[in-house]
Each structure stands twice: as structure tokens, then as C-alpha cells.
Design a protein around this ligand. Structure first.
Ligand code: ATR
Length: 272
């Protein structure tokens, strides 16, 4: 045990939070770099009702870095001292850095969308379908527009797709508009369909070999959407990639060190 009175405390806050793999992922990284006396990462379940008090606590106790997850990514913004440009444009914060008493908000989720895609394809000028209009979709749309893709949001409730499309200046359509989805190059699932079930947001027949299918859902690891895509010989990206890549970027913000990616990946894959 290398923790001392000087150790910087980092943590994830959310509700629920018990399932989070962020503590294992970050602590394994500190260990690998031999900075586990400087940093430790833990988790706290914080209800929406207690969010403001929790942020006051972060200031009062000089907590070094905080990861925000559901349901706090939007609500937390009003309690911070500054919000970086990307987080501002996305409209959500997933990372808080305590910079000598000033709480600075960032968003690394969008990096978690870009990096895994860039590993297998060029994004520029690709036609990208974002399925869903919830919190994750904001970061995914922003990420794809930043990389100069042509983005269409598909949602079950068309009005919500329209709102998002107007906000970001992209296209929108109904989730039932199968032909439009067929014509896309990349499909990113930002709906909650497939979480802990064997349902898919898309009919299997919509997917073809030339698509790239990226599922933001990471539990189960192999979602029905990814299974269907793999059956067609389609390239796929698992939801764990978002967790990892947003985490790598966050690790660097918290510690100033480049994340030891393979070590962090190994611990996530062992615990998923
Ligand atoms: P988050 O903020 O985590 O992204 P959310 O805001 O609850 O989650 O958004 C969930 C998304 O999944 C929404 O786009 C939702 O569609 P609606 O806007 O029509 O509600 C989508 N979704 C959830 N269940 C769905 C289902 N059975 N079929 C299609 N879309 C679904």
C-alpha cells in the first residue's frame, strides 16, 4: 500500500456507479507507471439530489480529478468554474480537473468515439448514422462533425432527432428509415437497445458487409447488433473502446502522463 497523506484522490461519481470499471482501469495505469503513491482512484455513488453538495465536497477536500457519469454529465456543468470548448459544444462534461482550486470541466467521450474509428478507417466525408438522441449521441455527433463526416441522427422519437440535428447542423431521420441507414458507411449505436438484452436497434437485414458498426453499449460485450454485423462479415467496434479511449484521455489530464494503454485495456477486458 503506497497511499500516503500526499496522494491525489481521483474518483468517479454517478448513480449507479458500482458496476464501473474506471477504478480498476485507472489504478492499473497508476501501478504500471509507478505513480500509485501519487494517485489513487475510487468511486462514490452520488444521487442527483446530492450533486451540488458533492461538488462542494470536491472543492473542500481538494479532490484532484473526477469522472462524471450518468446522470450527472449535464447537471454538473453549472457548478464548475470553467468548461473547455469541446465540452461546451457537446453540452456535457465527463471529466473534472481540480486546477489549484478551480474546477475545470472537460469531455473526453468524443475522443472515445473518434480514436477507435480512426484506427480502422478515415472518417472525413464518410456518411455516419448515429442511432439515438440521448446523451451519448451528443458526443458522437460532435466527434463525427469535428472529423468532417456527413452525419444523420436516427431516432425512434423523430422530434428529438430533429432537435439534435438543428443544434449540431446535421441531418435527421426516423429509426425506421431503413433505406437511409443502408446507404451509410458507419453506424454508431447510441440507443440503450441491447443493454443487458439480446435486442438490436436495427433489423439484421439492414446491415451489410461494407458498413462499419460501432456499438456504444458495452454490457454485454457482444451485443446482438455486433453479433448480427459479424455474421455479415462487417467490421465492428465494441463499446469497451469508448470506455478505454475516453479513459486514456482522462488519465493524461489527471496525471500528466500518457496512459499505459495495454495495461488498462487488459484490466478492463478481464473484468468486463
Ligand atoms: P443516454 O443519455 O444514456 O444516451 P437516454 O437519454 O435515455 O440515454 O437516450 C436513450 C436513447 O435510446 C434515446 O434516443 C431513445 O429513443 P427515444 O428518444 O425515442 O426515447 C433510445 N431508445 C431507448 N429504447 C429504445 C427502443 N426500444 N427502440 C429504439 N430506441 C430506443
Amino acid at each position: 500500500m503506497k497511499i500516503t497523506a500526499k496522494t491525489n484522490i481521483c474518483m468517479i461519481i454517478g448513480d449507479p456507479v458500482e458496476h464501473s470499471l474506471s477504478p480498476q482501469m485507472h489504478n492499473a495505469g497508476y501501478d504500471a507507471l509507478g505513480i500509485d503513491s501519487e494517485f489513487v482512484y475510487t468511486a462514490a455513488r452520488v444521487s442527483s439530489e446530492n450533486l451540488q453538495k458533492a461538488i462542494e465536497g470536491i472543492r473542500a477536500m481538494n479532490i484532484h480529478g473526477v469522472t462524471c457519469t450518468i446522470p450527472h454529465k449535464i447537471a454538473v456543468m453549472e457548478y464548475l468554474d470553467s468548461i473547455d470548448e469541446h465540452a461546451q459544444k457537446i453540452g456535457a462534461v465527463n471529466t473534472i480537473l481540480n486546477d489549484h482550486g478551480k474546477l475545470r470541466g472537460y469531455n473526453t467521450d468524443y475522443i472515445g468515439v473518434i480514436k477507435p474509428l480512426e484506427n480502422i478507417t478515415e472518417i472525413k466525408n464518410k456518411h455516419v448514422a448515429i442511432l439515438g438522441a440521448g446523451g451519448f449521441s451528443h458526443a458522437a455527433i460532435y466527434a463525427m462533425l469535428l472529423k468532417e463526416a456527413h452525419v444523420t441522427v436516427f431516432n425512434r422519437t423523430l422530434e428529438k432527432a430533429k432537435e439534435l440535428a438543428e443544434r449540431f447542423g446535421c441531418q435527421y431521420a426516423s429509426l425506421n428509415d431503413i433505406q437511409k441507414i443502408e446507404n451509410m458507411d458507419i453506424i454508431i449505436n447510441g440507443t440503450s437497445v441491447g443493454m443487458e438484452t439480446n435486442q438490436s436497434p436495427l433489423d439484421k437485414n439492414v446491415i451489410h458487409k461494407e458498413h462499419i458498426v460501432f456499438d456504444a453499449v458495452y454490457a454485454p460485450y457482444e451485443t446482438q447488433l455486433l453479433k448480427d454485423a459479424q455474421e455479415k462479415g462487417t467490421k465492428t467496434i465494441h463499446g469497451t473502446e469508448i470506455l478505454l479511449h475516453q479513459g486514456f484521455a482522462q488519465f493524461e489530464l489527471f496525471t500528466g502522463h500518457k496512459a499505459p494503454e495495454e495495461v488498462m485495456r487488459k484490466v478492463v477486458m478481464e473484468n468486463i
